[in-house]
Design a protein around this ligand. Structure first.
Ligand code: TPP
Length: 312
């Protein structure tokens, strides 16, 4: 039930980001929505613990929500308000919050991975018993920095989970047109890193796989690698109608909607009724409505804010 709630919250959040943009409420237009990828975020997020640290790629709203983000402060960030997680200076693609372990979303493909490597080093050096997780897309699978990081993490047996949200496309390029092989788990295993592939449209499958791998990391086994196969239901950005995908392909993935799947599973197990489902939807809708309203009343930065949060 918790996983279903998290996925519903993510979808509602993302849909309201899209709507807010159309209403002219957002600062800028650079939004990468994770609708369709909720199971990867909710499953991996639920397997993590308080005190773990993480980084995300540019499509990271859902992951941060799954790790306890306040949606009001996230909307405020997207709206460029001072009340946002980064005082409105980061926006959708650069949200960070050290209190919740979020060391930053990152707009440079693969660039968050070595930051999480440092996070993993810190976790072990400080003997926290916690783990560091780097979330990134399939577009980063052929970036050299991933393999430099896998090597160093394995060499030093650092507690890091490399978590790939494989939505099949890097902008308009399908993964098999960018990768010589699709055996990514094997690639990780050549470094001595434990790897697993999960159905990224099944939230419980992701949760279980991520939980097993994180236990391995925390138990001193060194790093791990998880690839969750999923799909983004919208375009790369809000203005992308995805002309590089067929309607049939989109439809076949939409039929595997992770939210519907979990809803069905809970209903079949007798844990969810139509009434309790409707109540859950109403609760999530109210939460996100209130979050948007709160953020929209936030304050705009003053000129003097330009010189705050600046090192030199
Ligand atoms: C180093 C680098 N190269 C290219 C880009 C342009 N770019 C932005 S997003 C993107 C696709 C990323 O795909 P993926 O990592 O799979 O994440 P997704 O957008 O599919 O969630 C690219 C190529 C970039 N931001 N950084």
């Amino acid at each position: 039930m918790g996983l279903l709630r998290t996925m519903l919250r993510i979808r509602e959040f993302e849909d309201r980001v899209a709507e807010s943009y159309l209403r002219g409420m957002t600062a800028g237009s650079m939004f990468h929505l994770s609708v369709g990828e909720e199971a990867a975020a909710a499953g991996a997020g639920a397997a993590m613990e308080a005190g773990d640290c993480f980084t995300t790629h540019h499509r990271g709203h859902g992951i941060f929500l799954a790790r306890g983000a306040d949606p009001g402060r996230m909307f405020a960030e997207v709206f460029g308000r001072r009340e946002g997680y980064c005082a409105g200076k980061g926006g959708s693609m650069h949200i960070a919050d050290i209190a919740l372990g979020h060391m930053g979303a990152n707009a440079i493909v693969g660039a968050n991975i070595p930051i999480s490597l440092g996070g993993g080093f810190a976790m072990r050096y400080l003997k926290t018993g916690k783990a560091s997780v780097a979330f990134f897309g399939d577009g980063a699978l052929n970036q050299g920095v991933l393999y430099e990081s896998l090597n160093m993490a394995a060499l030093w047996k650092l507690p890091i989970l490399f978590a790939v949200v494989n939505n099949q496309y890097g902008m308009g390029t399908r993964i098999d047109k960018a990768s010589a092989t699709s055996r990514f788990v094997e690639r990780a295993e050549t470094f001595g890193v434990r790897g697993a592939q999960a159905d990224g449209m099944d939230v419980e499958a992701v949760w279980q796989a991520a939980g097993d791998l994180l236990a391995h990391c925390r138990g001193g086994g060194g790093p791990a690698f998880l690839i969750a196969d999923c799909y983004r239901f919208y375009g790369h950005g809000r203005k992308d109608p995805s002309p590089y995908r067929t309607k049939e392909e989109e439809e076949s993935w939409r039929r595997r909607d992770p939210i519907e799947r979990q809803k069905r599973r809970l209903m079949e197990a007798g844990l969810l009724s139509e009434e309790s489902h409707a109540a859950l939807i109403a609760e999530v809708t109210r939460e996100m409505e209130a979050a948007v309203a709160w953020a929209a009343q936030g304050s705009m930065p003053e000129p003097a804010d330009l010189f705050r949060h600046v090192y030199a």
